[in-house]
Ligand binder design. Sequence first.
Ligand SMILES: *Cc1c(COP(=O)(O)O)cnc(C)c1O
Length: 393
Amino acid sequence: MKSKTYSYGKQNIDHDDIERVVEVLKSDWLTQGPKVSEFEKALSEKFGAQYAAACSNGTAGLHLIALGLGWSRGDVIITTPITFLASANCAIYVGANVDFADIDERYYTIDPEKLEEKIKYYSAKNINVKAVVAVDYAGHPCDWEALKSLKKKYGFQLVNDFCHAPGAEYKNDYHYALNYADAVNMSFHPVKHFTTGEGGAVLSNDREFIDRVKTFRTHGATKDPRILEKIDGPWYYEMHDVGFNYRITDFQCALGISQLKKLDSFITERRKIAEYYDKFFENDERFVIPRVDENSKHAYHLYPLQIKFDELGISKKEFFDKMKEKNIFLQVHYIPVHLQPFYRKKFGFKEGDFPIAEIFYKREVSIPIYPGLNEEDLEYITESIVGALDSMK
Ligand SMILES: *Cc1c(COP(=O)(O)O)cnc(C)c1O
């Protein structure tokens, strides 16, 4: 039994990161200072965006996108059931209605065919879908080509909830996110690829949209002379819409700048870990490994392993307990959002509505993947998984 513990994901902070944060703590600006725009510039360059707005977390980023894109009461927003709650909740924040389209069973991202069926269902009722929030689940890009042609055909706004996928590539393009989506959302929570503690960002190529996002980030207050009704003096600002305080601090941005430099080496490590797992599990009938589309390079925020619990007659809960005894703390990504009591009650969703997502949920376990896991760790983890299953037959 190891004294070391393992979780599905974890941050990697080095001496350099700490130094950069301490420098800012000793400076004049803890917040609203120069590190925020420096971080925004670094993000823009790294991900091929013309503009970026850093904010307090990824959920705030999604809310800012909803506000900036002008979603309002009664609008229909479609997302995937296999995502974090926030991808759907952002629509609720602005009074919009949420619906889902099931996932593609190969890559676990939103299925463009199911999405089109759903859009047609609304068209038949004379309702235009306002926006689609697609999620590059686990770090595997969606079928963006198909999503973009649907966008052209039906005229909805396309959002990439990109929290899992910095470092991924689509059609050999590292900068793919904004080549397809109108707005891109990021999170820098410690389980994500690089961290600021809590933190997020909105990326876009639309200047006016980003200006709106930045205004909503700070209470809705603006000093932009193009918007002001009058100018009483240099202190003067106006509020035209109600906003929030969704700012990020300068010391968080200093951490973000330092962490971002290591993203590519982190991705290399994650891919090596994934390769180890792929080789270990691929020829064992009890498992389904995450497939990678030939158009894509996976960023492996998660390693979603499917275990055929039902077919094996093994309880997933018992398996989790067995792994816990080995100090391996697994997670499940995700409980299908439509099955959450809130969404069932509000919109009448029920079991069976999105069957691919529901089967995936029954089988999926997220096993440890983060920089710093060595060969010995991976041996221990894989042997523990197989050992636990063998012991439960
Ligand atoms: C992490 C995450 C979020 C929310 O980000 P926070 O920074 O935790 O608020 C939203 N969507 C997805 C897909 C995520 O993984």
